[in-house]
Design a protein. Structure first.
Length: 161
């Protein structure tokens, strides 16, 4: 007959708890919905003022025009490198891929700063989008290397909020 000592009981209990936690964590990871980009127009209904300000005052709301104007002097590779900062979600799941396939993401929109909005649009929960931004968020594109290369002065919030 199997005799359970105190040490064996502890080991079995810890193994059982670990299996339960691993299973729970695995289910949590599977239930997390994929976050994709929806485009700035999707933000308009709930964030009308912010959207209007962004479209009116933020240069990045029309950023694709900037790289189109420079395209003549760029190789195709150089042109595509501009997409990282002048479009929404380029190189990321559900992000900009081309003017023809993803025209709603061809400019640097709300989600460049606030992250993919698909889950937030669905739930309307403020926890499902990045609400509080810092200068660090802007430095992905507005960094010293790019500022020097293009001779511009980045504005935090870019007139949007």
């Amino acid at each position: 007959m199997f005799k359970l000592t105190r040490n064996k009981a502890t080991v079995w209990l810890l193994a059982f708890v670990a299996i339960l936690l691993w299973g729970w964590h695995g289910n949590q990871a599977r239930s997390e919905p994929a976050r994709t980009y929806v485009g700035s127009e999707a933000c308009k209904d709930c964030h009308e003022t912010e959207h209007a300000n962004f479209m009116t005052f933020a240069k990045k709301a029309h950023s694709f025009k900037s790289i189109l104007a420079m395209r003549k002097g760029l190789t195709d590779k150089e042109f595509r490198e501009c997409f990282a900062c002048h479009t929404t979600g380029y190189g990321k799941h559900g992000g900009f891929s081309s003017e023809e396939q993803t025209p709603h993401l061809k400019n640097a929109g709300c989600e460049v700063c606030h992250g993919p909005g698909s889950v937030h649009i669905e739930t309307e929960d403020p926890e499902d989008i990045k609400g509080s931004l810092t200068a660090k968020d802007c430095e992905i594109c507005h960094n010293s290397e790019r500022v020097a290369a293009f001779n511009y002065k980045p504005l935090i919030y870019g007139g949007a909020h």
